[in-house]
Design a protein around this ligand. Structure first.
Ligand SMILES: *[C@@H]1O[C@H](CO)[C@@H](O)[C@H](O)[C@H]1NC(C)=O
Length: 283
């Protein structure tokens, strides 16, 4: 019996989710890797799907999920992503699931995205909550970032790995580039200017050449453009506290600067509260 201690902003709530997790099962397809889907396929999966319901119904906008290492946070975050995230093709058009997808030779979404809904499997506890599944299954834009591989004890030394972590989220949403390109030539000069600007930043981030001040506002920008296209965003940040914990520099000024930088980045990401529906910070 694992006890999931979930510290909410302002209050404390206990979620009891049974079971242990297997070691992370790696997918073949690196970019669309999803530890939950891989693990579920192995049958070693211990059902924690009721966490989806707990998270969706939780009356808190930013949820901090704190657990000891190796207690399945990554799997929980990947499960939420597999459940919530809407399917989009490479041009930024929503794709709705159909049985023909599995045999469609021109399918423009990934293997994981094309899977039939596994959450209606009666072996999963979430399957009993049909209304919730109808309301939320693959209905939301999701930003997923993992700070798991971020390292460095100063802002400068942390930047390459932090850029990489954030750029992966942008790579995942690369279909927004054609969308922004179309908006950039639109009739409204303000929105076309904004689209050109966002497109430029998008490229810089995906090129891994973005400067530190722009990087700080990058997730904020991604929330904003996804919200404009698809409605309120769900934000999942895995290992959010990892960059804070690692690297013990003797230089207190450097340590403070790093903390300030990370705090600014998160504060900016969550600044426009009506642009995102809910956020999970796991650590
Ligand atoms: C990104 O990289 C490509 C290829 O190197 C380059 O053509 C493009 O100008 C770069 N974009 C930005 C905004 O840096």
């Amino acid at each position: 019996m694992a006890s999931w201690l979930s510290l909410l902003v302002g209050c404390l709530l206990l979620l009891n989710l049974p079971g242990n997790d297997c070691e992370k099962a790696k997918g073949q397809d690196i970019e669309e890797e999803n530890t939950f889907l891989d693990l579920h396929a192995t049958k070693f999966y211990v059902d924690k799907s009721s966490f989806i319901r707990d998270f969706v119904l939780m009356d808190t906008k930013i949820v901090l999920l704190t657990l000891p290492p190796k207690w399945g946070k990554t799997v929980a975050v990947d499960m939420l992503r597999a459940f919530l995230e809407l399917n989009v093709d490479e041009n930024g058009e929503r794709v709705y699931w159909s049985p023909d997808m599995l045999t469609d030779p021109n399918l423009k979404i990934s293997r994981h995205q094309a899977m039939p809904n596994i959450f209606v499997d009666p072996n999963l506890k979430i399957s009993r909550h049909r209304t919730l599944i109808t309301a939320h299954y693959k209905r939301h834009p999701v930003i997923h970032v993992s700070f798991h591989d971020v390292q460095g004890d100063t802002v400068e030394s942390m930047l390459p790995s932090l850029t990489e972590a954030i750029a992966r989220a942008f790579d995942h949403h690369r279909y927004m580039q054609p969308v922004l390109s179309r908006d950039a030539v639109g009739p409204d000069s303000v929105s076309s200017y904004n689209a050109r600007y966002s497109l430029h930043i998008f490229e810089q981030i995906r090129n891994r050449t973005v400067d530190r001040e722009t990087l700080k506002t990058s997730l904020y920008m991604l929330v904003e453009i996804l919200n404009r296209k698809f409605g309120t965003v769900w934000i999942l940040i895995d290992a959010y506290d990892h960059p804070i914990d690692i690297g013990q520099t003797q230089d207190l000024a450097e340590a403070d600067a790093k903390m300030d930088y990370l705090r600014d980045l998160l504060q900016k990401t969550f600044k426009l509260r009506w642009h995102f529906h809910k956020a999970l910070l796991s650590g």
